[in-house]
Design a protein around this ligand. Structure first.
Ligand code: SF4
Length: 380
């Protein structure tokens, strides 16, 4: 099975008020040292994965963050070259880089394309300036649209946009105007996320101070369902709870997470799963750099999952896909008849119209996607 390589770039120009990711403020010196450390980890990982002189194959590289577009294109090129040295990266590999609209310009995008990046994922979040300000984002709508145009002109033919729904003060019609604006930009792929306001997020205080609130839960459900319908009418296919794409443009890297695949997590705080072993790297940027410099392991957690956990995980993540889980494949891989093991618990979700069983496939309905967490507790 070909690996996915996830590469974490933890730097941001400013910290958004809702952010719960592993990131820190950009510092040019620290970033240069971090990139050197990453190159060291890539090399190590390649050596560790070499079996009988053969490099492990990989078919996706994903730069996530943080804000990977704060890297210089030459740094991106060095990291990609290190991956190609350490792994047998297929010629048609998907190479994605997450980008924020304010951190790119035409020259940078052209250089990133030349460096081998062939897919961009833009963190747009909203096409309404007032909403972007409430989220303390650094870009405005005009910059987001310009970044998309610049990326097309730079030769990117595979572009994804992230949008967030259920923003403070956002009404259903305002959210749908964001969806329409996104469709007008003609991306190849879209990810739609519900804003989650974490208890310690500065946004929570901002909301209390400004008396902003989120729409009622029923409106959040309407936002989700109506957006999916609108995107489907515009030619996008929903393939996962939060993701839609034009035909042939599903995210190959993210599919590894949902199809029981294998990926290596590189960089601070990165998670990986290979052959039933979960790894997590140390979270701190300087801790990570120090580990590499001292020749110490960068993993802070390495755990072999037991058979039940692997099965539960495969079912939990597989149900995120619209096509659901192939019960025959699960039986072959794990030797478990899912229906016999979980059928009694799943029956009530089938009766309630949240799950559908179609021959050997089990999948969530769209209403089931709204209550996915509840359904998935069966497997945890
Ligand atoms: S740009 Fe993304 S990773 Fe960085 S602070 Fe904002 S939400 Fe977090």
């Amino acid at each position: 099975m070909a690996l996915g390589l996830y590469i974490h770039i933890p730097f941001c120009s400013a910290i958004c008020n809702y952010c719960n990711f592993n990131r820190g403020l950009f510092d040019a010196d620290l970033k240069a040292r971090y990139v050197d450390a990453l190159l060291g980890e890539v090399k190590r990982a390649g050596q560790a994965g070499t079996a009988g002189g053969a490099r492990r194959s990989a078919d996706t590289i994903y730069f996530g963050g943080g804000t990977p577009s704060l890297l210089e294109p030459t740094e991106v090129a060095r990291i990609i070259a290190a991956c190609r040295d350490a792994f047998d990266v297929s010629g048609d590999a998907e190479l994605t880089l997450e980008a924020n609209p304010e951190s790119v310009d035409p020259d940078k995008l052209t250089a990133l394309r030349s460096a081998g990046v062939n897919r961009l994922s833009f963190g747009v979040q909203s096409f309404r300036d007032a909403e972007l300000r409430r989220l303390s984002r650094l870009h405005d709508t005009a910059r987001a649209r310009a970044a998309m145009d610049e990326a097309r002109n730079a030769g990117f033919d595979n572009i994804s946009l992230d949008l967030m729904m259920w923003l403070p003060e956002q009404r259903v019609d305002e959210w749908l105007s964001n969806v329409d604006a996104a469709i007008a930009c003609d991306p190849d792929h879209l990810s739609l996320y519900l804003l989650e306001v974490y208890p310690n997020a500065p946004l929570k205080d901002d909301m209390a101070r400004a008396r902003w609130s989120q729409a009622p839960d029923d409106d959040a459900a309407t936002m989700y369902v109506t957006a999916m319908e609108r995107l489907e009418a515009a030619g996008y296919e929903q393939y996962e709870i939060s993701n839609v794409a034009k035909p042939g443009r599903w995210s190959r890297h993210n599919l590894k997470y949902w199809t029981d695949g294998e990926w290596l997590g590189l960089g601070c705080g990165a998670h990986g799963t290979i052959d039933g072993v979960r790894t997590k790297n140390v979270s701190g940027i300087t801790d990570y750099i120090d580990c590499i410099a001292r020749g110490q392991p960068v993993t802070s957690d390495v755990r072999r999952m037991d058979a039940d956990e692997r099965l539960g995980d495969a079912l939990f993540t597989g149900l995120r896909l619209v096509e659901g889980i192939d019960l025959d494949v699960v039986q072959k891989r794990y030797g478990v008849d899912v229906w016999r093991k979980y059928g009694a618990d799943l029956a009530r979700f089938l009766d309630a119209g949240l799950l559908r069983r179609d021959g050997h496939r089990l999948a969530l309905t769209r209403n089931g996607m709204l209550l996915a967490n509840e359904v998935m507790t069966v497997f945890v």
